[in-house]
Ligand binder design. Sequence first.
Ligand SMILES: O=C(O)CCC(=O)C(=O)O
Ligand SMILES: [Fe+2]
Length: 396
Amino acid sequence: MATQFDFAFAINLVFYYIVAKLPFLHPLLPQSTKDKLPTGWNFHMFWVAFSTGGTRIYNDYPSKMKDPASFEPKVKVEPSYQLDATDIQSFYENGYIGPFDLMTPEEATSLKDHLLASVLTNSSKMWDFEFEEQTGLADILFPSDENDIEITEEFKKSVMPHIDKVNRHLDDERLLSVYRRPEIIERCAQLLGPDLLLWKTDCFEVPGHKAGTPWHQASLWLFHNMRECVVNPPNHEDLFQVTCWIALTDSNRERGCMRIIPGSHRNIYPTIVNRNFDEVDQIYRYDKGELEFPFAEAKEHFIETKAGQFFLFTERVIHGSVGNSTGEPRWGINGRIARPDTRFYTPTMFEQGHQFSYHKLRADLKNWRAVLLRGQDRYHYNRLYNGKSELTSVSN
Ligand SMILES: O=C(O)CCC(=O)C(=O)O
Ligand SMILES: [Fe+2]
């Protein structure tokens, strides 16, 4: 892949990195400058971006993942949901575990029909947001963003379906109840501990005859705004979160099944960015950059599931889905389940609005809540969901 070292970028980055480390200056700066400060970056991230002239950028905070002191389950559960130390060790080796049964194929189909007919057809009231031309630090990091993609009706139309699929558990009790099922939470508790929060959900379609989701990984969700991590656990080398992925249709090698690269979760890899402006097309977005990982030598695992089955994985593992060669769409939903000693979003994000640079929008987080799925929240770091009626802009 062509790349091209960019001197102007390297000089700019030194300036913003230094200013980011001088917090007493920040209140004096205009919002547009604040939005460019890599306040959540460590020196390694800066050095990789600077020394490669912007051709290698960390989309997420680089960290290793450690094994726990013991692979014994963290809680005792009913025998039907029980994992043993070998299962948990294999989760740590591969980055995922499952599939497991959750619902019948008929229930999965009915949930999918409900989502398609009654949830995804309405715009989400969860996110109060405004589109923005400037996307902060991402404008500097990713060349085509400097080309000022205009916020046209067509651009908005391409973004809205993505927004409307996120966090619908907060305005649909039926969807939320799925993530509360013991098949899921009893297994998550054995990996994470007795207390569990759900902080984000999403729905994923791989339409018939379309490509699947490209390879990607995440640890602390830096990629939303590229500046500050959304997810802040006490120790980022521990397992503090897992993703539960639920198949609402059959999902197999022909029909868009998930695939992962076992073991790749041990590290976070930088993205290869093409800084040759002539070669970058107008809508090149950084989530499409390829990870700098030796894919040719890797052996992927395909995770085939029947409608109604689920599996658990760490989002750190490099994952994606295969293309769908059938005429029928493949649908899956996911939930990010974490320990309550993890903080979600930062005070700055709550105060200044949360920038999703790749969608060119800034969202007000007033309706965001974490949902307590199991046990208790002794930390009170996150606002908890107490029912739909308390959410300010959700109308019935
Ligand atoms: O369903 C897919 O194709 C992708 C899902 C995914 O990336 C995730 O659940 O994190
Ligand atoms: Fe993912």
